[in-house]
Design a protein around this ligand. Structure first.
Ligand code: GRG
Length: 398
């Protein structure tokens, strides 16, 4: 259980052990958590690998997780081999757990997690990855109005636009806009192997709420920090962030102010007004403030203390809030929050370790983003310095 401490102790080794032993726990036939999270294992594996990647070197992650080769004394295949068993050749996408006997429908969420795992494993060029089929799966999910469905059953949500853009970027197939900051040129159209970028971006903008500057899941839906990440992340990947400032009533400053107001007395952040603080919003909010160059709009010291108070001091892992049980989703987003406010660097300076950085657009270690050659757009108030983790991205002065 997460027990608040005011000593600022960071439980590095306990977190690493928590993450590396999680697979064994969930695979036990009597595990309740294993049963209820079976359908989303692909994302669980992504959160685990990405979390450990912030604490350990690529080689250590590979060996201790069995990423590209099975672990010693482990009968299970490597994670990369398992990822390919979850690929559905009929649709071209990946499911949340193994196909075959227990086939799971392919979904954009799990297709992105699968590609993120392959990127961390440096296996995006593996011959088993049929990039053309995956691109076709992603592009086939775009709807007439520019939105994306998550799968063939049709749910629409700005989460899926982000997933589609990020998948295409990882596959080297993200189209780039040709508009000269006027957002008037329709240079794209949907087909089997590309999307209509103009419509996709227009759809994202239609999900913006001009009264608070935030974004919802569909047009007219309540602003929510998770959806804000998806919309700003997608605008960043499509190099369209300048569109934020087309409407002065809900520009980057208005949005950043709404995000800064999410900080509660505890120091933690909530996802929308009148809700409880939750560690995961350290990621959904700080990632956007990083992309917009405004992390200093919140009290980072109080937030850092809140995240440390959510650590399980006995068994490792980070919970959503103090006194709750940890899980790998909150562990990843808690560590990412500590990374984005520079706390992991400070802790590393004290305990003699070098921690890797999280990229706020692609939710992958920055060195992986650099190796794959991913490029997005970040905004900086003029005169602001660019942190080193963002140096591979294009900069828009706002
Ligand atoms: C690769 C980082 C990454 C993301 C992929 C899945 C996805 C794209 C984004 C999810 C964005 C999102 C909607 C996050 C919010 C998740 C969350 C904590 C939802 C809880 O909602 P409520 O209404 O909770 O239960 P609140 O906090 O509002 O009470």
């Amino acid at each position: 259980m997460a027990t608040p401490n005011n000593t600022n102790t960071f439980h590095d080794d306990l977190h690493a052990t928590y993450i590396t032993s999680l697979g064994d726990k969930l695979d036990s036939p009597t595990s309740y958590e294993g049963a209820v999270t079976e359908h989303l294992r692909m994302s669980g594996v992504y959160w685990s690998l990405a979390a450990l990647s912030l604490l350990r070197s690529p080689n250590e992650v590979d060996t201790s997780m069995g990423l590209t080769k099975p672990r010693a004394h482990d009968e299970r295949s490597s994670i990369v081999d398992w990822v390919f068993t979850c690929w559905d050749p009929k649709s071209g996408g990946f499911g949340g757990n193994c196909s075959g006997e227990c086939a799971h429908d392919a979904h954009l969420l799990y297709t992105l997690s699968a590609l993120q795992i392959l990127a961390m494993a440096d296996c995006l060029e593996d011959e088993r990855l049929d990039k053309e089929a995956v691109v076709k799966f992603v592009c086939g999910l775009q709807n007439e109005d520019g939105s994306f469905s998550g799968d063939k059953w049709g749910e629409i949500d700005t989460r899926f636009t982000y997933c589609a853009f990020s998948c295409l970027a990882l596959l080297g197939k993200m189209p780039l806009p040709n508009w000269d900051n006027t957002y008037s040129t329709n240079n794209s159209h949907a087909s089997d192997n590309t999307i209509d970028l103009h419509k996709a971006v227009k759809y994202i903008i239609s999900c913006r709420n001009s009264f608070d500057g935030g974004f919802g899941a569909v047009p007219g839906a309540e602003s929510h920090a998770g959806q804000v990440f998806c919309c700003i992340g997608a605008l960043s990947i499509s190099h369209s962030l300048h569109l934020l400032n087309d409407n002065p009533k809900s520009d980057a400053d208005v949005l950043s102010w709404w995000l800064a107001e999410r900080q509660c007395d505890s120091g933690g952040l909530n996802g929308r007004p009148e809700k409880q603080a939750d560690v995961c919003y350290s990621w959904w909010i700080l990632s956007v403030l990083s992309i917009l160059g405004r992390v200093n709009w919140i009290d980072t010291s109080k937030l850092g203390q809140f995240i440390l108070n959510c650590q399980d001091e006995d068994d490792g892992g980070i919970a959503d809030r103090p006194y709750d049980m940890p899980d790998v989703y909150h562990t990843f987003f808690g560590l990412s929050g500590l990374s984005l406010i520079g706390h992991l660097d400070e802790i590393g300076d004290k305990n003699g370790r070098t921690y890797r950085h999280i990229d706020p657009v692609f939710a992958l270690p920055s060195d992986v983003v650099r190796r794959v050659g991913l490029n997005a757009q970040v905004a900086r108030p003029s005169g602001d310095e660019l942190e080193s983790r963002l140096s591979m991205h294009s900069v828009l002065q706002v």
